[in-house]
Ligand binder design. Structure first.
Ligand code: ADP
Length: 321
């Protein structure tokens, strides 16, 4: 136990994700139980620099486990890459007698934590993002909830596609990680999944549609990962080369919200507790993750350099069905 740590701060930064509140809950409850005080830093590094810091008590985190979003708020502060701006943040931590910080967010948030740790503030990162684009953990907090939201939405879209014999192209989030597209595509019987620019093959898509039509299929759902191929380009190709009436749906921000799934809550609680334990053991500049049943801590510098996950074990199924 690191006896120099008496008070820790917790912040959420970058894109919000369902389950961030469950992580905050676990961090506060476990720290208090360990004799450590906790402060919430509002709106990520922006709130840190502006000094928006509030104490968090046992009761402040009661009943937040099942709430989407983050009670601490989140923001982006590109200026945090500037050491002088971080100095202001460090002064705010000192003013509030905060000895260490747990940073919940994606790889950008991790970099902010790493830079703070290099300036003498112990920091640990917790993976909170719907995109599952952090390679130092099998799953990020929020991914499972988001995946279920997509599946629920596409099931509804399939109903109307089926009734009208249409082809609906559904664009899903994921930043540059294909996991949401591949897993939702499989779970929703999507006829074609476009999860990267490289895997998109216009002729293969048209051929798949044709073969399915010959077997009697009348409704089609194409899952498209954002930042790959423009959705209206796919729409045009289908309109011009098939007898189907294509429609486009961009699921958008509905994917970010909602009550976290049980999986995300449990993951968040385990990773939150682990992050507090690492701080108490004197660790810094690391991020926590989860593989199988094992909790792992990886140096942030190494974690951000690992190759991005490509849903390796799932990808072959796309071709087999
Ligand atoms: P995410 O954490 O979801 O990847 P961003 O990439 O937007 O989201 O990063 C969130 C915030 O982390 C940024 O607005 C900035 O304040 C901070 N940040 C990102 N990259 C760095 C960096 N290289 N150095 C310091 N702070 C950073």
């Amino acid at each position: 136990m690191n006896h120099q740590i008496k008070k820790i701060g917790v912040l959420t930064s970058g894109g919000d994700a369902p389950g961030m509140n469950a992580a905050i809950y676990a961090i506060v409850r476990h720290a208090l139980k360990s004799g450590i005080e906790v402060c919430g830093i509002l709106d990520g590094y922006k709130g840190l620099v502006e000094g928006h810091i509030v104490p968090l008590t046992y009761n402040d985190v009661s009943g937040i486990m099942n709430r989407g979003g983050t009670i601490l708020g989140t923001a982006r502060l590109p200026e945090f890459t500037d050491a002088e701006v971080r100095e202001i943040g460090i002064k705010q931590l000192q003013k509030n007698q905060i000895d260490a910080v747990i940073c919940i967010g994606g790889d950008g948030t991790y970099m902010g934590g790493l830079r703070l740790s290099e300036m003498g503030i112990p920091c640990i990162g917790v993976p909170g993002t719907i995109d599952n684009d952090i390679p130092s953990t099998e799953f990020t907090i929020g991914f499972d909830t988001c995946l279920n939201t997509i599946v629920d939405s596409v099931d509804k879209i399939r109903d109307t596609a089926n009734s009208h014999h249409r082809c609906i192209i559904v664009e899903v989030m994921g930043r540059f990680c294909p996991d949401l597209a591949i897993r939702s595509g499989l779970a929703c019987e999507s006829e074609y999944i476009i999860y990267s620019k490289e895997n998109y093959n216009e002729q293969e898509m048209l051929q798949t549609i044709k073969e399915n039509q010959e077997k009697g299929k009348k409704d089609f759902v194409i899952i498209l990962a954002e930042h790959t191929v423009p959705i209206h380009e796919i729409e045009k190709v289908i309109k011009e080369n098939t007898n189907l009436e294509p429609r486009c749906t961009v699921l958008g921000h509905v994917q970010r919200g909602g009550r976290p799934s049980a999986f995300d809550r449990v993951l968040a609680v385990r990773l939150g507790i682990y992050a507090v334990d690492l701080i108490l053991q004197g660790e810094t500049g690391k991020c926590v993750g989860h593989f199988g049943e094992e909790l792992v801590a990886t140096e942030i510098l190494k974690a951000n350099e690992l190759p991005k996950k490509q849903a390796q074990e799932i990808k072959p199924c796309v071709k087999k069905i």
